[in-house]
Ligand binder design. Structure first.
Ligand code: NAP
Length: 250
């Protein structure tokens, strides 16, 4: 029987990350996932996975902090050994605002978590998975957003720009490690029913903007998780540098 593969999902306690942890465990991955502060949500995800006969392990780590990221990967090394996949999911929005009203602290947090955090996590994964570094290969999936193409004018252009950076990073890293048995792809969700909208001060965002979605409905976190799991799988063996829109046509 082949070795059970290990996946690390950042921000796996809620929303798209939690759905990804649950689906990955159902598909036979051993899953480590990080959370920022919501320990009870993280524990609930571990329990859901264990109830289904899977294995999941939650680790508190702020992806906006390099020391936390290093400690996160070292914990996964100790607990599981080789790493086979990374889902760079942890991400933040902020209050709806025009750029004229944005502080530099807001911009720094947005880029530190969404961009630098994801890039540092990818670096740690490449150091472990790339055959050029003695690894056995693997796959990275970055959570971007259709905001990268739409720009989020009047709402959060800084968030959209951070996801644009993720798209460019995905294409570049994919090409950089293409011969080292590491595939790198991104999923660009549209409007998905998670708590991220309320965390940006817009609990009614989906209701208000649903009419802009060609399919006239928001997506479910599970519909994003399915795309992530496909990109991680051997079925996507020739797919790298892809930016996959999962957005109901938006
Ligand atoms: P969410 O429901 O707000 O969940 C965010 C998750 O990330 C939580 O597990 C949270 O941990 C964790 N997290 C937040 N900041 C973190 C940090 N600094 N360090 C470590 N973990 C952190 O978000 P979501 O809607 O599932 O979004 C997931 C990803 O998809 C994000 O990258 C987002 O930009 C992207 N996306 C979402 C949508 C959408 O409509 N929902 C659309 C496009 C793209 P705690 O539970 O501890 O807070």
């Amino acid at each position: 029987m082949s070795r059970q593969k290990t996946l690390l999902v950042t921000g796996g306690s809620r929303g798209i990350g939690a759905a990804t942890v649950r689906l990955a465990a159902q598909r036979g991955w051993r899953v480590a996932f990080s959370f920022a502060s919501n320990r009870s949500a993280a524990e609930a995800v571990v329990q859901q996975v264990e109830k289904g006969g899977g294995e999941a392990f939650a680790i508190q780590a702020n992806v906006g902090d390099e020391a936390d990221i290093t400690a996160l990967f070292e914990t996964v090394d100790r607990r599981f050994g080789a790493l086979d996949g990374l889902v760079n999911n942890a991400g933040v929005v902020d209050m709806k605002a025009r750029l004229a009203d944005a502080s530099s602290a807001r911009l720094e947090r947005m880029f530190r978590v969404n961009v630098i955090g994801s890039i540092l996590c990818a670096r740690e994964a490449v150091r472990r998975m790339s055959t050029a570094h003695g690894g056995k290969g693997g796959a990275i999936v970055n959570l971007s957003s259709v905001a990268a193409t739409l720009g989020s004018a009047g709402e959060y252009v800084d968030y959209a720009a951070s996801k644009g950076a993720i798209d460019t990073f995905t294409v570049g890293l994919a090409r950089e490690v293409a011969t080292e048995d590491v595939r790198v792809n991104a999923v660009r969700p549209g409007m998905i029913d998670t708590e991220i909208h309320a965390s940006g001060g817009q609990p009614d965002r989906l209701e208000r903007l649903r009419g802009l979605i060609p399919m006239r409905r928001e997506g479910r976190a599970e519909e994003i998780a399915a795309a992530v799991l496909w990109l991680l799988s051997d079925e996507a063996s020739y797919t790298t540098g892809a930016l996959l829109d999962v957005s109901g046509g938006r």
